[in-house]
Design a protein around this ligand. Structure first.
Ligand code: PYC
Length: 314
């Protein structure tokens, strides 16, 4: 398996550029289903320890169905699959540029939840125009035994998010453990109370917000990802979901910038315009750097050739 590793504002992406499973033809949604059903061991091999870690998001490149796209891409992590991944899309665009497959300017990426457009402003600075994003439910009250009443919005930004303004502890790296524990309790309670996104879709990302540390950022976040890792970047789909809420509340106008800071202090700059169906179309800009290139080797007698699954809930 041939890979190129990058990180986007601290969050790693592993792009599989060769040796991936043959998923056949059809829509990216159909191919994602085949990936899940028949080749899930490949996901675990590429991402889990000892070859990867819980923080890494994988990106399998495949032939796009839409010929205007530079590539199709399916994102996955230590426990499952992601509809879209903002930091990962920036990592894919920077990887294609590093390989010389695309130049500066626009390139389109086909994902299972729609086409996203990447604009390579430099070989490392990428603006992603994400899929249409929207707030689904406002101020949902959730009683969490360990935390009391938590109020959050449910929004789609390419993945489903529960966005909470009131953080249980300050958003510092020292508090990653209690933040992760609180996010997991909230996620379990959403599941137990059958609170979902549209069409019964599971809400698998939990996002806390607090004041930014740097004076020119608007907010700092902590994003809990399915599989138990936290996003080192401000999370592209999470920032899209945040913009959808700000737009719905009339707190951010089309074209205005929102600077979202992550728990490690890295940043995305985000803006939006309004799409034809009233949803917002977010553009999220950040930096992605190539940090490795290589071959993953799977020896026949290796008991961990398909990775070690250490993760919590999918
Ligand atoms: O940037 O959208 C994102 C993302 C999702 C999970 C990890 N990163």
């Amino acid at each position: 398996m041939r890979i190129i590793d990058s990180h986007t504002e601290g969050e790693p992406t592993r792009v599989i550029i060769g040796g991936g499973p043959d998923l056949g033809n059809g829509s990216l949604r159909e191919r994602l289903l085949r990936f899940k059903q028949n080749h899930d061991h490949f996901r675990s091999t590429a991402i889990n320890e000892p070859r990867g870690s819980e923080a890494v998001v994988g990106a399998l490149l495949c032939e796009p169905e839409d010929s205007t796209c530079a590539t199709g891409v399916i994102f996955f992590n230590n426990t499952g699959y992601l509809g879209m991944c903002g930091h990962g899309a920036m990592g894919v665009a920077a990887t294609l540029a590093y390989q010389g497959r695309v130049g500066l300017g626009l390139c389109r990426l086909e994902t299972p939840v729609g086409v996203v457009e990447a604009n390579l402003l430099t070989p490392n600075r990428v603006a992603i125009e994400n899929v249409p994003s929207y707030r689904y439910r406002h101020q949902v009250s959730l009683n969490v035994p360990e935390l009391g009443t938590i109020v959050g919005d449910i929004a789609w930004g390419g993945n489903w998010f529960f966005l909470i303004e009131q953080t249980p502890v300050p958003l510092t790296l020292q508090n990653v453990k209690p933040l992760t524990a609180a996010a997991l309790q909230i996620r379990s309670e959403l599941e137990r109370q059958q609170i979902t996104g549209a069409d019964g879709e599971e809400i698998d990302h939990i996002e806390f917000f607090g004041p930014a540390e740097s004076s020119n950022a608007n907010s700092r976040n902590f994003v809990y990802c399915p599989g138990g890792a936290y996003d080192r970047s401000p999370c592209g789909t999470g920032t899209s979901a945040k913009l959808a809420c700000l737009a719905a509340d009339g707190k951010l106008m089309p074209g205005e910038s929102w600077i979202q800071e992550s728990i490690i202090g890295s940043r995305f700059v985000a803006t939006y315009h309004v799409g034809s169906n009233g949803e917002i179309i977010p553009t999220i800009t950040g930096n992605a750097f190539i940090c490795g290139e290589g071959i993953l080797i799977l020896q026949r007698d290796d008991p961990f050739r398909n990775g070690i699954s250490l993760a919590g809930p999918a």
